[in-house]
Design a protein around this ligand. Structure first.
Ligand SMILES: Cc1cc2nc3c(=O)[nH]c(=O)nc-3n(C[C@H](O)[C@H](O)[C@H](O)COP(=O)(O)OP(=O)(O)OC[C@H]3O[C@@H](n4cnc5c(N)ncnc54)[C@H](O)[C@@H]3O)c2cc1C
Length: 212
């Protein structure tokens, strides 16, 4: 499904890199673990990185009830949440033409407080650590009381994807320097048991299916 951009989500700079389909938005948000959430506080812009997870047509964020970010958002501040995935370095024949491969998404709106915190926390956990929630103890009442869960609707958004080859002008093509793309691959490393792990439980099998 393609969604027409709003006045503020239409890419003006390099509009050919825009992706207007919902599937692209979902793919970028689902591959992200962190959103940078920008808002104005006391007249100043701030931009706070927090964990994020998409559930259907909303972006979920969670944090402390004492957090400035979460209190300000819960009070109805306008926000712009951005996620960025860095996919590679584009090594052109000049520094000017060199760039990066990326997928990024910006979501504009106003967040609202989620009433069913436990269900939302479960959805976030399953987005980041599929299969694990069922194996964990249930959240305690005081943990839930100390947590705010917010949802940002995916109503007004943009996606920008940069994935091309070096775009050197013809006069640079004879420069005696290597040019091309160096992909950036992100993956988990070797699991390290907690030093206080008791009972020697094995690494859960579901971990093998996770990607960062
Ligand atoms: C990893 C990375 C590195 C980058 N490095 C540079 C750099 O060094 N210099 C540079 O000029 N630009 C860089 N960009 C691109 C940058 O994010 C902006 O797209 C660009 O600078 C144009 O900004 P603007 O405000 O003029 O965009 P406009 O096109 O005027 O923005 C209009 C609307 O388009 C949408 N939009 C704009 N940019 C993005 C985006 N990245 N993702 C999703 N939606 C977007 C928003 O909804 C925005 O409100 C980089 C992007 C990424 C992800």
């Amino acid at each position: 499904m393609t969604v027409p951009p709003s006045g503020r989500t239409r890419l003006r700079r390099l509009p050919e890199k825009a992706a207007a389909d919902l599937a692209s938005l979902h793919a970028v948000l689902d591959a992200a673990r962190v959103a940078h959430v920008a808002f104005v506080h006391d007249g100043h812009p701030v931009n706070v990185p927090v964990a994020c997870a998409r559930e259907g047509d909303r972006l979920l964020l969670h944090g402390s009830t004492g957090s400035r970010l979460f209190r300000t958002l819960a009070d109805g501040a306008a926000v712009c949440a951005t996620v960025t995935l860095l996919d590679g370095m584009v090594l052109a024949r000049s520094a000017f033409e060199s760039s990066m491969h990326y997928r990024s998404a910006m979501v504009f709106g106003v967040a609202t407080v989620v009433e069913d915190k436990e269900a939302a926390l479960r959805a976030m956990s399953e987005a980041w650590m599929p299969g694990r929630w069922e194996t964990l103890r249930a959240p305690r009442a005081k943990e839930l009381a100390a947590t705010l869960v917010l949802t940002l609707p995916l109503d007004e958004w943009s996606v920008k994807i940069s994935d091309g080859d070096p775009d050197d002008p013809p006069e640079d093509l004879d420069e005696p320097v290597w040019a091309g793309v160096l992909p950036i691959v992100s993956s988990y490393g070797e699991a390290r048991p907690a030093p206080d792990l008791r009972g020697d439980p094995p690494l859960p099998a579901y971990v093998a299916s996770w990607t960062p």
